[in-house]
Design a protein around this ligand. Structure first.
Ligand SMILES: NC(=O)c1cc2c(N)ncc(C(N)=O)c2s1
Length: 314
């Protein structure tokens, strides 16, 4: 085996084990075995830098601290969502949708309480990641996003695509971080969303890397050369490409099933290991979404349902 072959073998094995551990939560080897392979890869890439590639797991915590973040104009505007606070408002939403495009299937997902990011992939490689900002222009936080192990540095296929996801800090990591900050006499983060935002918008990627951030990808914003019919199909496709996709995805035949699932989420969400701030209801058929379009601010094909406890949240 040549040095180049060994470097490729280590890179592929480490990326596979990274996927199993951080995306599927199904580790196959011990941390020790992982660390030994990583140490060998770091040594070989030091000696033979010509064989280093952008998707090497050694490239996750790279980059020097920045003076400031570059602004980044989103390829696809990152819209906000209109809110519904009651069953009646959900039914009003359903009536408006059906008046425009007839009967539809909906998809219900958790609304993750973190910060939205756009991830751009070119020929399968992760190239640019940015925060939502005002929906049009955000901040380029690519190096910080690379430290999040559940973000693939390379897709299964060499595709050009753009996804949107929510970066969050698990509740347990938030508690641990605030304990550490108390010991160091630093100020608390008020909630996991602020902790995630503060950690992702750190100018030094090495600090971001220590903050145990995670992501759920929830929308395929754009893809070259592939036509998908439904949102549920798009999420399955993103899972296949290596993304960590929202775990609770329910396809509903009608608004009654949506309301049933929203009540189920209400009963289980406090037991989840991450904060949520409601549920998102979206039209499943992508061509019907096109017909429905958007207002100046929000898509007409989606709505966020907010549980009563959420009213206090900003
Ligand atoms: N502002 C938005 O469009 C969204 C925001 C969020 C969020 N914070 N979490 C999950 C979803 C989802 N599953 O669609 C969405 S959609």
């Amino acid at each position: 085996m040549t040095v180049e072959d060994r470097i490729k073998e280590l890179r592929d094995k480490l990326n596979h084990h990274n996927y199993m551990y951080y995306v599927l939560d199904k580790p196959e080897i011990s941390d020790y075995e992982y660390d030994m392979m990583m140490r060998e890869l770091i040594e070989l890439e030091e000696k033979y830098p010509q064989f280093k590639t952008p998707d090497s797991p050694t490239q996750r915590v790279g980059g020097e601290p920045l003076k400031e973040f570059e602004p980044f104009t989103h390829v696809v505007p990152m819209q906000s969502l209109a809110n519904a606070f009651s069953e009646g408002e959900l039914r009003d939403f359903d009536r408006r949708v059906k008046a425009s495009v007839g009967d539809v299937e909906y998809v219900v997902e958790l609304k993750i309480d973190g910060l939205s990011v756009e991830l751009i992939y070119e020929n399968g490689f992760f190239t640019v990641g940015s925060t939502r900002g005002d929906g049009i222009i955000g901040e380029n936080v690519t190096n910080n996003l690379k430290t999040i192990r559940s973000i693939p540095l390379r897709l299964k296929d060499d595709l050009n695509l753009i996804v949107r996801g929510e970066v969050f800090m698990p509740k347990a990591s938030f508690e641990k971080l605030n304990e550490e900050r108390e010991l160091n006499g630093e100020s608390f983060f008020a909630n996991p969303r602020n902790a995630a935002a503060g950690s992702l918008r750190q100018l030094n990627p090495k600090i971001t890397a220590k903050r145990d951030l995670d992501i759920f990808v929830f929308n395929l914003q754009r893809i070259d050369g592939i036509k998908l019919q439904t949102h549920a199909e798009a999420l399955e496709f993103l899972k296949y490409q290596g993304f960590k996709v929202s775990p609770h995805i329910k396809v509903c035949k009608n608004i009654d099933e949506v309301i049933e699932d929203i009540n189920y989420i209400r009963d289980i969400r406090d037991s989840l290991p991450y904060e949520t701030d409601g549920a998102v209801v979206k039209v499943n058929d992508l061509s019907k979404r096109e017909i429905l379009g958007s207002t100046a601010k929000d898509p007409r094909w989606a709505i966020a349902f907010k549980y009563p406890a959420e009213r206090q949240k900003t």
